[in-house]
Design a protein around this ligand. Sequence first.
Ligand code: C2O
Length: 563
Amino acid sequence: MKLRSLTTAAAAVVAAITFLFSATAMPSATMADAEYTFVVSQVNMTHMCQEMSVAVVNGQLPGPAIEVTEGDSVMVHIVNLSPYNMTIHWHGVRQLRNCWNDGVPMITQRPIQPNQNFTYRFDVVDQEGTLWWHAHEAFLRGTVHGEWWEKDLAKVGNNMTNGFFDDYSSGSTINGKLGDLFNCSGVPEESYVLDVEPGQTYLLRVINAALFSEYFLKIAGHKFTVVSADANYVNPFTTDTISIAPGETMDALVVADAPPGKYYMVALPSQAPPPDTQTPEWTTRALVKYTSPGNGSASSDDDVPEAPVMPDNHDTISSFYFHGNLTSLRHRRRAQVPKEADEHLFVVLGLGSICRNGGLSCKRGNTDEIILVANMNNVSFHLPPDMATPILESQYYHHQNGMDTLHELSNGPPVTFNFTDRDLIPFGPKEMALEPTSRAKLVRRFRHGATVDVVFQSTGMLQGDSNPMHLHGHDMFVLAQGLGNFDAARDVATYNLVDPPRKNTVLVPNLGWAAVRFVADNPGAWFIHCHYEFHLSMGMSAVFIVEDGPTVDTSLPPPPVGF
Ligand code: C2O
């Protein structure tokens, strides 16, 4: 049985793979239950008086939604008519024993070159709510999915990898619409409009598809009841503001119980306060409009919409509390959180520098002798441009030459310091000493079935950013989060081992930490990275290699025919 969502909305863009729960899960058929063709091409679009050539799927921005019922098998044919290399990643889909279809260039597959095709196949099992798809090549997830940039995104990606950071988007969107805060010669841009009938309940599937910012989402005069996050049910809670980081998804119910009229739905990006460098960010808004059942509008055209009072854009603490409110709803088919872990990693998320001359010594700090890079435990992820074999393939066929240059992610950082020292935020001598970083194909191997604890620690290095860390192929139990430096002696006792939320993307608060636990039960090579595109392009990522288990059922099958 296929259900339809009552409505779809989203902060800072959208195009959702929407997984709708039905009580009767269908067995996977040999053919797919849902089959789609995605044609990626360049089209011209004009916004704010400026015509841009952007890469999009099926001519639309955001791209098409995939609607499936839990248990469905999905087949998506990609036809790449764009001038760029392309892969599509099915963000949050568990891909059990199906790493070949995860869509990460040179990690799980070779990119789909211009004028080539590729077919993805996967099943959606034990996941309910909203997940999403996006391009996983450089910055292209920007438009392939739907943000507004007056820039060549392939170039932006290249710039950031090489340490140049002067590129910013020109606007934010809700469902691809910039809304009336943007204009062309005084004529407002089109707004996304959500028509509602008094008394009805609406499910909003909210995705933060933005490249750079956490967002607050609010509707004047209405409340949200959050029921799911990252396609896992949560214990419902009511709030007037949703906080959502790039890569996260939230399902929220909204009851149209306000006096009939018009209400703004506002998405406001947030950033850490000074001394962090303040970057241009854009608020966008849509309209919630009451209609009467049957015939037309219950609000007149000249009603002035009511606007919500938004949090301060530096209010990072509200996001911290919002995420602290997430707990998982008990589910008879879902495994409980394991009570103990086999491995413990402490991963410090930092920014550092490498010397442009390729050597180890150069002038650090605010100079052009260095390239700024992001890192995990002081190693910045880097795939050599001439790499011939994707990591998954090397791993599967035990190709020695691909594997012997891998660098193992350490259990902790090389030096311990006061990670959240605010003096580290501006350029200065303290932070320069901590900068030197190496670049490598950073991986970590796990035995099949190992229970792994990872504490992610944000730092004040260069900027006080938060870090939405996304793990492919697994959900993580978020055991705890805190501000300041993680202290095992104090903080392990606060771990939630009763109903921790399951997330594929965990928001590590700025100048704080988050502790997660996951079971490495999915053989393959899984990317783990910050979902801020600039942190990712600067190297804040690694590959978790999960080894095969003892049986066929716990091992990765060979690559699909025609791979
Ligand atoms: Cu949504 Cu590896 O990404």
